[in-house]
Unconditional design. Structure first.
Length: 195
């Protein structure tokens, strides 16, 4: 797995977002990624970078200025060998999530602002980019990291501005591996400072 940490990914994409009115918004995206991280789909010894195409759609509804429901779906197409995705089962080539949030936390722009959320996520191996909260060495360790590749489950969290430009973010994930159904739990806490 160390070779993946030394291999920078190449990504190209286009993303179009549209706001129909003050309540409904959404968008479409298309991305192409090249990285050795995707070589595990067929052959770990293959030194060339594998390519994956990902299409995505997102939709949101604003119940009020503070209460928002959002959803997103992504589907991957493995450009080197489309049949190889079958190795991971039908649930590994797509990802989706739904989130309900309440609050007005905007990068700690004002002391005391806050936001809380509840989400359900399904991150397929092929269709998800590894979350920034996880390290490359933790990718296959079921006991570390917040929701990760090949995992699905619930997440609850929130953000609170301790002072202007200083925020505290915390989240808790509980779920399971998509393929093995092994149970897992993760906690993330982060202090944010904006300059």
């Amino acid at each position: 797995m160390r070779v993946m940490a030394r291999d920078p990914a190449t990504i190209f994409g286009v993303n179009l977002q549209y706001k129909t009115n003050k309540k409904i918004f959404g968008g479409l995206g298309y991305y192409h990624l090249n990285s050795k991280a995707y070589n595990f789909i067929t052959d770990m010894e293959n030194e060339s970078k594998a390519g994956v195409n990902i299409g995505s759609v997102n939709l949101g509804y604003r119940f009020s200025p503070k209460c928002v429901l959002t959803g997103a779906y992504a589907k991957a197409y493995y450009s080197k060998d489309p049949d190889a995705i079958e190795y991971f089962g039908n649930m590994q080539d797509y990802s989706w999530e739904v989130e309900l949030s309440y609050g007005n936390y905007r990068k700690a722009s004002k002391k005391g602002e806050w936001k809380a959320y509840l989400a359900y996520s399904n991150y397929g191996y092929i269709s998800s980019v590894i979350p920034a909260s996880s390290s490359i060495d933790d990718m296959y360790d079921d006991d570390t990291g917040i929701a990760n590749w090949g995992e699905r489950g619930w997440e609850i969290g929130g953000s609170w501005a301790l002072d202007k430009n200083v925020g505290l973010v915390a989240s808790y994930f509980w779920g399971s591996s998509i393929t093995s159904h092994r149970r897992m739990k993760s906690v993330l806490a982060r202090l944010e400072m904006f300059f």
